[in-house]
Design a protein around this ligand. Structure first.
Ligand SMILES: [Mn+2]
Length: 312
């Protein structure tokens, strides 16, 4: 039986508004533990990590709360590493999205040790590809992907043992609809694959997921990084940086499929990290009756980011 380690990181040091720090306990109160057990997982709640309070300072050299973000991420990195080493599935409950620096760095290091491929599924309204030189706000919750790709403040780069924890081809973005102007240029320069809302409108979430997972093989570790603001604000009104025009509740269900759904999408059902989860044959249809239309794979040049908004 797969064991899921729940790890709470109650902080908003990387965010623009308060509130994300209440996330871990809100998820507990909402019954995350019981929901996972109902799906057949063993669950161990590791409690909440500790870290510095949010000093609520202005940005310094284009960045806010750098040392506090480093400290929180160090705790996350250690906890996720420990969980992976035990063969568990770490499910990190944030907290704002800056925490992905620590969690995905730990996952990338583990994958390298085990000679596994890594695929990050980034579900978000935002691409979080800002850096301290282009961010309009200095909030690090908009920079984790850059840091993981090896760009960003030195204190937040290189944690996995390599300058870049992940390569551009190892991350897929889904649900994107708010990208800052210079961030858009960075996406193109980096060659990132973005499945924005227009793509989901045109092809449907199920086909989009088939595309996302089409080249995932048995030696691939899937990491799901889910920002609640990926959902439309009608479904998740409590987020700090909500953007209209996001996936509905029904569309998000299509991300993880159902029991009759295709097995590749089933990989993403559980959320969090899944060591050894590559048992599916992500051929986009085996045993499920799904026949995806031949949709194009968006590259940055085709990016239909029509809803770009500064300051998100
Ligand atoms: Mn976001």
């Amino acid at each position: 039986m797969t064991t899921v380690s729940l790890i709470g990181a109650p902080t908003d040091v990387g965010a623009s508004v308060r509130g994300a720090g209440m996330g871990p306990d809100a998820l507990r109160v909402a019954g995350l533990d019981e929901a996972l057990r109902a799906h057949g997982f063993e669950v161990i709640d590791r409690g909440n990590l500790a870290g510095p309070p949010n000093p609520w300072n202005p940005s310094v050299n284009g960045i806010r709360h750098l040392q506090e973000v480093v400290q929180w991420n160090r705790a996350v990195f250690d906890a996720v590493s420990t969980s992976l080493a035990m063969g568990h599935v770490p499910l990190l409950m944030g907290g704002d999205h800056c925490l992905a620096i620590g969690s995905i760095s730990a996952v990338a290091r583990q994958c390298r040790q085990e000679r596994k491929n890594l695929r990050v599924i980034w579900l978000d309204a935002h691409t979080d590809v800002n850096t301290e030189t282009i961010s309009p706000s200095g909030n690090i919750h908009g920079m984790p992907v850059s840091c993981l790709l090896g760009h960003g403040p030195a204190d937040l780069v290189g944690w996995s043992g390599e300058r870049a924890a992940i390569a551009a081809g190892e991350i897929e973005f889904i649900g994107i609809r708010s990208v800052d102007a210079q961030e858009k240029q960075a996406i193109r320069a980096l060659g990132l694959q973005v499945f924005d809302m227009r793509h989901i409108d045109e092809h449907g979430m199920r086909n989009t997921m088939t595309e996302v997972l089409q080249d995932v093989d048995e030696d691939t570790h899937i990491h799901v990084s889910f920002d609640l603001d990926c959902l439309d604000p009608m479904e998740a009104p409590g987020v700090g940086t909500g953007v209209r025009g996001g996936p509905t509740y029904r569309e998000m269900q299509a991300v993880h499929g159902d029991d009759r759904g295709h097995r590749a999408a089933g990989l993403a059902r559980r959320g969090g990290d899944q060591p050894g989860a590559g048992r599916a044959q992500p051929d986009g249809g085996t045993g499920c009756g799904i026949h995806p239309e031949p949709v194009r794979r968006l590259d940055a040049g085709a990016l239909g980011l029509r809803h770009g908004r500064v300051g998100a």
